[in-house]
Design a protein. Structure first.
Length: 418
């Protein structure tokens, strides 16, 4: 009954959409210190809008965000403009990792609420920068019919830069933390990990760890082009940095297009075209690199299929190119989802002011979120091992909410504040 109510709720809130198939357009982009506090007027939001309007992503994974103000400006002035009002973002968090750093950078996401709802979000603490984790569910238009949904983990990161053994060791340490998190989720989970990896070769330990077949979640590189990417013309079609030969406004790297730093790694199941969610064939590529600009500026590429005004915007916006990828989604997405849940909520008392609950046969501490019907996280909490807790409802507006857990083997609980 609870699942049926949940299913009907989603349809009532978001409406019916004709057709069973969906495409989710993903973009991952290092925005280069946006906004740069050392530039009196950082004009690049208008530049970014040209790129976003060209590709129209449904899920935008960003790196090198400098401030909540700049992040909000992108949401409200790049995405939600010209009559569009259905994009939302993750919660802004200042960088937690490496607190002594004088140059903090952050990652986050913006997403299309007509296709995705945010289930929960968290961050992983590392030696250098946070790794930001977002769990979405798809808004299947016929959810009430087959009473099912599926989830997508979207992770965005920025590994340590530069060559040398110490920097490689820090990249490996950050990926180990990522893998520790991936060990906690279902081995069948759908995962994408987009970001600036700062890798120079496929032999690097951080890269090889992600591909390890012994992992709970085996990650795959959709381009599958192993080798030494740095300054190697054999890989000129996959290079993503630098769009410039010299810095612009004193910011960013020069040297021309000769490195493959930017990736969207994916769980292996997304590479299977028979999977209900899979990468669209030939959809993964760095926007603007046609292989004709090795060690040159992106604006010097010959015979580029990307319009000239977009190439110019890419040159002005960042020293990195964005990576695009499309996911094909076939509904219904999976069999009975309740077969996956191992634990459920035990309600010990419930009224209009509070809910007292525990988790049946669950002996670990766990974080939880209160999420509203639009997927927005309203508050967060913590449940101690083998104990009950009291959820206070006084600060909630009347409406429908979900109690969801970072351990996704615990079944979510829907409740109504009245």
């Amino acid at each position: 009954m609870k699942k049926l109510l949940f299913s009907i709720l989603i349809v009532l809130l978001f409406g019916q959409i004709n057709g069973q198939d969906e495409t989710l357009k993903v973009l991952s982009y290092n925005l280069l210190n946006y906004p740069n506090p050392d530039i009196p007027v950082d004009y690049r939001a208008d530049t970014l809008k040209k790129i976003i309007d060209y590709y129209t992503p449904d899920l935008f994974l960003m790196q090198e965000l400098k401030s909540s103000t700049g992040f909000s400006f992108i949401l409200n002035n790049v995405f939600n403009t010209d009559g569009v009002d259905y994009f939302e973002s993750g919660t802004w968090e200042p960088q937690h990792s490496n607190p002594g750093s004088s140059w903090k950078l952050q990652q986050n996401v913006i997403y299309n609420t007509r296709k995705l709802a945010l289930y929960y979000e968290t961050f992983l603490y590392t030696v250098r920068r946070d790794i930001n984790v977002f769990k979405f569910y798809f808004k299947d238009p016929d959810l009430a019919t087959h009473q099912d949904t599926t989830y997508l983990y979207a992770i965005t990161l920025h590994l340590k830069s530069s060559q040398g053994a110490d920097n490689e060791a820090q990249r490996l340490e950050m990926v180990e933390i990522l893998e520790n998190f991936l060990d906690t989720i279902s081995p069948d989970a759908q995962v994408i990990v987009g970001g600036d990896y700062n890798l120079y070769t496929s032999d690097e330990d951080a890269y090889q760890l992600m591909l390890n077949t012994g992992n709970n979640i085996i990650l795959a590189d959709p381009l599958n082009t192993p080798g030494t990417w740095h300054n190697n013309s054999n890989f000129r079609f996959v290079h993503t940095q630098s769009t410039r030969t010299i810095p612009i406004n004193g910011d960013g790297a020069g040297g021309g297009m000769d490195d493959r730093f930017d990736f969207i790694m994916v769980s292996e199941n997304l590479m299977d075209l028979n999977n209900p969610i899979s990468i669209s064939e030939n959809s993964y590529e760095p926007i603007g690199n046609n292989g004709n600009c090795f060690n040159a500026r992106i604006i010097d590429c010959e015979d580029n299929d990307v319009p000239t005004n977009i190439i110019n915007a890419l040159y002005q916006m960042s020293d990195h190119l964005p990576i695009k990828m499309e996911l094909d989604i076939d509904y219904p997405l999976s069999d009975e989802i309740s077969e996956y849940y191992k634990y459920s909520i035990k309600i010990m008392g419930q009224n209009s002011e509070q809910i007292t609950f525990s988790i049946n046969d669950y002996n670990q501490a766990v974080n939880y979120n209160i999420v509203d019907a639009y997927g927005r996280i309203i508050s967060k909490g913590y449940l101690k091992p083998s104990e009950s807790t009291v959820l206070q409802l006084n600060n909630l507006s009347n409406g429908i909410y979900f109690l969801v857990f970072e351990d996704d083997t615990i079944e979510p609980f829907k409740f109504i504040k009245y």
